[in-house]
Design a protein around this ligand. Structure first.
Ligand code: FPP
Length: 237
């Protein structure tokens, strides 16, 4: 089961308490460890966390810098443990505009954990669903140009195979915290048939208990993928 989470509401959590926005992000970063652990307990095999979108660069420079610092800190503090826990870490998004030291840390962690098998943790940094599709299109076009791919052979699978999530299952469930009802450019191709869960709880308050309830509610749903499932048929979840 693949769960994607749009971790929203850090800023509002802080504002409500008269704190600077970065305090909300700090709290938010503190939630990640618990949620990774709970994901394993709940049988989630791929977890994607939307940490920084292609649009988030428009925020004030000190907020962007603060977020980058938090990513660095998270990677530093969890580098060894993620590997020991048999978690494969993958970064989604275009790393090019990120600082060289952060990129190096990301590459090292991907490399260290690439053969791990318990769970895949995708961290989306400078990720946008549209940007993912633009980069995939460029890779596909290059193959057409060099003659290794025929235009008529391009199908849905070809697109999936050139996205950052190559070889991964599509998200079964996308959760957005803090009450907004939109996807904000998150996995727009991969999420075509995803179930959606919008919860009021802000990310800093998204505890393992709340998460467990959301997963239980999802598991009570019946997914049909556009088909009609006969009454009484067994649905695998
Ligand atoms: C959205 O809240 C959240 C973000 C843009 C950043 C998410 C980042 C973290 C939770 C920190 C670290 C993550 C990792 C993987 C270590 P918002 O600022 O848009 O909240 P608001 O809508 O209430 O202003």
């Amino acid at each position: 089961m693949h769960v994607g989470i749009i971790m929203d509401g850090n800023g509002r959590w802080a504002a409500k308490r008269g704190l600077p926005r970065l305090m909300g992000h700090k709290r938010g970063a503190g939630r990640v460890k618990d949620i990774v652990k709970t994901s394993i307990e709940l049988g989630v095999t791929t977890l994607t966390l939307y940490a920084f979108s292609t649009e988030n660069w428009k925020r004030a420079a000190h907020e962007v810098e603060g977020l980058m610092k938090l990513f660095r800190g998270y990677l530093q503090n969890n580098f060894v443990e993620l590997n020991e826990k048999n978690i494969k870490v993958k970064f989604l998004g275009d790393p090019t505009p990120l600082a060289a030291d952060l990129r190096e840390q990301m590459e090292n962690l991907e490399d260290l954990t690439k053969d791990n098998t318990l769970m895949t943790l995708n961290i989306a940094i400078n990720y946008g669903g549209r940007d993912d599709l633009v980069r995939a299109t460029r890779k596909i076009a290059a193959k057409v140009r060099d003659g290794s791919l025929a235009i008529d052979d391009i199908c849905e699978q070809t697109i999936s195979d050139h996205l950052d999530t190559v070889k991964q299952p599509d998200p079964d469930l996308i959760i957005r915290t803090a009450g907004e009802l939109r996807l904000s450019n998150f996995m727009i191709w991969q999420g075509a048939y995803s179930e959606l869960a919008f919860v009021k709880t802000s990310w800093p308050e998204f505890t393992p208990e709340v998460y467990t309830e959301v997963i239980a509610e999802y598991r009570s749903r019946t997914r049909q993928f556009g088909a009609v499932i006969p009454k009484g048929a067994k649905v695998v979840k």
